[in-house]
Design a protein around this ligand. Structure first.
Ligand SMILES: [Zn+2]
Length: 61
């Protein structure tokens, strides 16, 4: 299981993504960012995706 905390990329937010692959997490992040942070899809840049990827952690829970 992989986990990602929105807070780890600088948002004041308690949302966490869980998934089996990085792509799953990124898809959840894109949906969350557009829905809950009013971000436009074009604002989810390769740079932001890289930031997200480097903050994805393995979790056994
Ligand atoms: Zn968030």
């Amino acid at each position: 299981m992989l986990k990602f905390k929105c807070r780890d990329v600088g948002f004041d937010c308690g949302w966490t993504a869980k998934g089996k692959t990085e792509d799953e997490i990124l898809a959840q992040c894109a949906a969350h960012a557009t829905k809950d942070h009013n971000m436009k899809p074009e604002e989810i840049t390769e740079e932001l995706k890289g930031k997200i990827k480097s903050n994805i952690h393995k979790s056994w829970f």
